[in-house]
Design a protein around this ligand. Structure first.
Ligand SMILES: C[S@@+](CC[C@H](N)C(=O)[O-])C[C@H]1O[C@@H](n2cnc3c(N)ncnc32)[C@H](O)[C@@H]1O
Length: 326
């Protein structure tokens, strides 16, 4: 955690300021420390990663050894996790490397990043951004390269450890904060950031609507945002069938939430300006594996042609949302 960013945080229990004890720091960064709430609940910053999630089966051991290491007298209070959030922690904590190999590094992801993420970053005017459900820094690496300060919030500590490793390897960690926490309750002061991004993550969240409103709350007026999520359209059905026949990656289907443009319009229209929602066609992903360059071009062409017909555009298997905070 960067020291200067501590002042943007609020206590998960009282929603006001908290006490902080620093055990280890280096230059402008807190390596190890604790945040103590008024009711004596405490949250650790370990190896620079702040953990705002409940103490439960996923992090209990690490809290115990941290407590011993720094002779912390405060009690550890275990708290049960919401079922879906526990499921997500389990999945992403235990499948970190598999997810990285199968999805983050896939030609499917690369195509979307090249065409939509990079476009957003080129137009991004702010200095700071919050990346909610940011995983292993897929998006953050691009922002950090542009000298934009990124705060990644993600519920899986293992995926954040991988993010840290990748950022350090690319010499891009100096401008990044990692918070293990909930999209639905960010524990960050109002209007802290210049923008926000939720990229392929909200369909895993416990409460996507609440998460988007939190993202808006912590962003200053006119801050830009980008959402990219799977959408509930006819092409998605083709995706589901091809994935059943030739599975490219493991999906947690039973919890996935599919969006449509109206969901975003209804959730964000009163809170944003310049809201644009559009479906994108670039699937099925299997084609990229046959011949990456050929099919990538073909799918981009199809996307352009189909998207020029408003009715056909609605077929697209994913939805992109852009706007500014009101
Ligand atoms: C499909 S991954 C996408 C990660 C990243 N945006 C990318 O494209 O590589 C979804 C991420 O959301 C995180 N996640 C799931 N539920 C969450 C929640 N309620 N709050 C914060 N993060 C959550 C998961 O741990 C996972 O890293």
């Amino acid at each position: 955690m960067l020291k200067k960013n501590l002042e943007n945080l609020i206590c998960p229990i009282t929603n006001i300021k908290f006490k902080i004890k620093i055990f280890k720091k280096k230059n402008d960064r807190i390596i190890d420390g604790i945040i103590i709430s008024k009711n004596k609940d405490w949250y650790k910053i370990e190896d620079t990663i702040l953990d705002f999630t409940n103490v439960d089966e996923h992090n209990y051991q690490s809290y115990e050894s941290f407590k011993r290491k720094y002779k912390i007298k405060l009690k550890l209070k275990k708290k049960k996790e919401i079922k879906l959030i526990n499921f997500q922690k389990n999945f992403f904590n235990h499948n970190t490397n598999k997810y990285e190999k199968e999805i983050t590094k896939s030609p499917f992801s690369k195509t979307f990043d090249d065409f939509y993420l990079k476009q957003f970053i080129q137009k991004f005017k702010g200095k700071t951004i919050i990346n909610i459900g940011g995983g292993s820094a897929r998006e953050a690496l691009y922002f950090a390269k542009k000298n934009i300060e990124v705060t990644i919030v993600d519920v899986s500590v293992n995926i954040l450890k991988l993010a840290k490793k990748k950022l350090i390897k690319n010499k891009l960690y100096k401008n990044v904060n990692l918070i293990c926490g909930y999209a639905e309750k960010l524990n960050i002061k109002d209007k802290t950031f210049d923008g926000w991004i939720v990229y392929g993550a909200a369909h895993h969240f416990h409460n996507p609507k609440k998460s988007f409103l939190e993202a808006i709350r912590v962003t200053s007026k006119n801050g830009q945002f980008l959402i990219w999520e799977p959408s509930n359209t006819p092409l998605r059905k083709i995706f589901d069938i091809t994935m059943k026949l030739f599975c490219l990656w493991e999906e947690e289907d039973h919890v996935d939430f599919l969006f449509d443009q109206n969901f975003f319009k209804n959730t964000l229209k009163d809170k944003s300006t310049n809201l644009i929602t559009k479906n994108v066609i670039l699937i099925p992903p299997h084609l990229y594996y046959i011949n990456f360059y050929y099919f990538r071009r073909l799918l981009i062409l199809i996307d352009k042609v189909i998207c020029s017909f408003p009715l056909l555009r609605k077929l697209g298997g994913t939805v992109l949302v852009n706007g500014n905070v009101k």
